[in-house]
Write a protein of this length. Structure first.
Length: 278
């Protein structure tokens, strides 16, 4: 069983739950940016939670099936043919799965029963766009191998999800270098705009610059997903799925792990606020 990539969309990569535990080697976790949507897609087709699926940025993907299979699409809201989102879809030989352009959110997830069976690297099939590990992004004409079908069957026929918030808020805890800023609470009182210069490595924000209280050099420090670094421009960067394992700019705050799925769906031009985690 293989899926032919008829059209790869704007940016489509293979992702699973990542390769944690290699930070000492300079290798980040990577994996699905919106883990909740990824897990739901696998659940809908009866896969193990960590089976590799496709992460599709802004939609536009077209796949052609070579045999009868089951797929599911979750995440960003986009037109799906045949079928629809958040439900299992049966594809017959020659059928095409077509994703339109996302109207809300940024990333869709396409799971296929059996998982995308590309060779693992350091225990993961994820594409790490920063470390250049794993399979390359999809291109037209690629044939994606599909693994053996799992023994269990899908047990959910529809999984409605709440709409993405129009005014997203990301909860943060204080970062280790909060005291390096003249007025650190300005991060919590400012409305930021997502920059087009954002990707799986980091989400860049535009808005008023955060003034520094200290201007000396900071040795590189370990960083975790959700770290909010502030470069010399004073405008924060949120480290996401493919972030580097260390960074040399002060971390003013850290976004709660539970809110990283929401961060993965932020679109360029969208506004966002930070709030203290309770």
């Amino acid at each position: 069983m293989k899926l032919e990539v008829v059209r790869p969309g704007f940016m489509t990569t293979v992702q699973d739950l990542g390769r944690p535990g290699h930070a000492a080697l300079g290798v980040g976790r990577s994996g699905a940016a919106d883990r909740g949507s990824f897990l739901l897609a696998n659940r809908l087709v009866g896969n193990d939670p960590g089976a590799a699926a496709l992460e599709v940025t802004l939609g536009g993907l077209v796949l052609r099936a070579s045999a009868v299979t089951t797929v599911a699409v979750t995440g960003a809201v986009c037109p799906v043919s045949p079928g629809g989102m958040n439900a299992p879809i049966t594809l017959w030989p020659g059928d095409e799965l077509v994703l339109g352009t996302a109207s809300a959110g940024l990333r869709c997830y396409v799971a296929v029963r059996g998982g995308i069976d590309v060779p693992p690297v350091l225990g993961s099939r994820s594409t790490d766009t920063l470390g250049k590990l794993g399979p390359p992004p999809l291109a037209a004409g690629m044939l994606l191998p599909v693994g053996p079908r799992p023994r269990g069957f899908p047990v959910v026929d529809l999984a409605p999800r709440a709409a993405l918030p129009a005014d997203p808020v990301l909860r943060v805890t204080p970062g280790p270098r909060r005291d390096w800023f003249a007025a650190p609470d300005e991060l919590l009182s400012t409305v930021y705009t997502v920059s087009p210069d954002s990707d799986r490595v980091g989400i860049r924000f535009t808005g008023p610059a955060l003034a520094r209280a200290r201007h000396d050099e900071l040795p590189s420090e370990a960083c975790v997903p959700g770290s909010v670094q502030v470069p010399p421009s004073g405008r924060p960067i949120l480290f996401h799925a493919d972030h580097p394992t260390t960074g040399g700019y002060p971390v003013i705050a850290v976004v709660e792990e539970e809110d990283l799925d929401l961060a993965a769906q932020l679109r360029p031009g969208q506004t966002v606020r930070f709030r203290p985690a309770s």
